[in-house]
Write a protein that binds this ligand. Structure first.
Ligand code: SAH
Length: 241
């Protein structure tokens, strides 16, 4: 024993489909970390908090329009049931109207000790419970999923891989796209020739500084070409330093 106590990243998910979890998070890196107790997951079936004998959780939108809306009272009771004493975990509502998830936000969430995540379905959730219960709306991109479960798993996957003890080598995360504000450089591995295509010579030169410079150049030009928004930010940050 090293004496180091690893804290557990503790997530509560409120969902109409608890059987979807842990899903892909039960496999590979996240699955091993779950087995090791580096993170934990409790799912809560929102339907268990329905108030009527039909166990209904949704109703038609006030003001008309298509679809159904998850009821505020039902969601509030589900939330109430998972809040622990002195629970400071952020409450997140996965929502296409939320702030787009970024690597910086993922770091913040990783450091927050866990999260309570609400997965919407249908047209979404009654706004009153979002506002009254301080749910922060988080989006995983400018497209519409059929429910918040996959979005929640994306967020969790991104945070779990950053938890201490999850990634093999600490350094394997530091070069990734977005960590430096740039997209990552391209990778190559053996065989050194494949279908007549070779690996950029510099990478097999053994010259560490030149390799580093080449990678930075690649990162810069890829970012400039593919993500001018990130590139502009990176330039701004660099001139401020
Ligand atoms: N009517 C809503 C979309 C509802 S989609 C709108 O137009 O904004 C149903 C549920 O899927 C949402 O409540 C949310 O929990 C989830 N969802 C859909 N797209 C998402 C996204 N891009 N990011 C996060 N959650 C999303």
């Amino acid at each position: 024993m090293t004496g180091e106590t690893k804290s557990c990243w503790n997530v509560d998910v409120l969902t109409l489909y608890p059987e979807m979890f842990p899903g892909s998070l039960g496999q590979a890196l996240a699955g091993k970390a779950l087995a090791k107790g580096l993170w934990s997951l409790q799912t809560t079936q929102i339907r268990d908090f329905a108030l009527d004998k039909h166990r209904s959780v949704d109703d038609t939108p006030s003001g008309g329009g298509p679809g159904m809306v998850l009821r505020a009272d039902v969601v509030a009771s589900a939330l109430e049931s998972v809040i622990k004493k002195n629970d400071a975990r952020p409450r997140l509502y996965m929502s296409p109207r939320g702030k787009p998830l970024t690597q910086q936000k993922v770091h913040e969430l990783k450091n927050a000790g866990g999260a309570i995540i609400l997965c919407g379905r249908f047209e979404g959730v009654d706004q009153r419970v979002i506002d009254a219960s301080d749910f922060e709306e988080v989006s995983v991109g400018d497209y519409i999923l059929s429910g918040g479960e996959l979005a929640a798993m994306m967020l969790m996957d991104a945070a779990i891989r950053l938890l201490p003890g999850v990634m093999g080598k600490k350094s394997s995360g530091e070069d990734e796209s977005f960590e430096s504000g740039l997209l990552e450089y391209p990778h190559y591995t053996r065989p050194s020739e494949w279908n007549g295509l070779t690996i950029p010579e510099i990478l097999t030169s053994g010259h560490h500084q030149k390799i580093k410079d080449w990678r930075l150049e690649q990162s810069l030009s890829l970012t400039k070409q593919r993500r001018p928004d990130l590139f502009e930010n990176y330039q701004l940050q660099s001139t401020r330093k």
